[in-house]
Ligand binder design. Sequence first.
Ligand SMILES: C[S@@+](CC[C@H](N)C(=O)[O-])C[C@H]1O[C@@H](n2cnc3c(N)ncnc32)[C@H](O)[C@@H]1O
Length: 190
Amino acid sequence: MEDKVVKYPKYFIEILNETKKTGFNQLSDEKVGALLRTLVATKKNANILELGTGTGLSTVWLLDGMDEKSKLLTVDNDENLVNIAKKYIDDKRVEFFVENGEDLITRLEVNSIDFIFADTWPGKYNHLEETLDLLKSGGIYIIDDMLPQENWPEGHEEKVKNLIEYLDNRDDLYCVKMNWATGVIVCSKK
Ligand SMILES: C[S@@+](CC[C@H](N)C(=O)[O-])C[C@H]1O[C@@H](n2cnc3c(N)ncnc32)[C@H](O)[C@@H]1O
């Protein structure tokens, strides 16, 4: 089976081209985008949280799968990157936050989010417990970049190992680890 992605979301190609020009090298994998779209489409009238907007690539995948009544909160602390996302995405379902993800996580209500894509430090390598507390029962938590990547900083492997161990040991989650794309873990809350 060829795992080639077909049917890109609106503005995906435009944002991708503009992202490449900036030299930003932490952009998300398109296969992961297709998985996000597939999974988020199972959630209706849902509250979605994206940690790490970047230039909006994963944002457009999420929006593509979301129904009209769902809402997406997305946060990144780099205004220049978020401005690329905002230049293309004009959608009343999304709210952009330019601040540290830690601050947004702390402000949100516990047990209020149906789907979390954690693609930055907070929600993955710090504030993990607080992030998982936001998730409703039946909610989905998804992370990628779990397989060694060229852009990993020194010592990152240890952090990844600890994160996997922590998720494995949570009694309130079912998780599946996939050695596919950049290495993906999908968890659902019991
Ligand atoms: C892996 S990239 C996100 C990629 C994006 N999801 C995409 O689809 O291309 C991680 C992002 O986290 C942002 N970031 C780093 N530390 C942060 C923090 N403490 N709070 C919020 N954003 C942060 C960076 O600016 C960067 O855009």
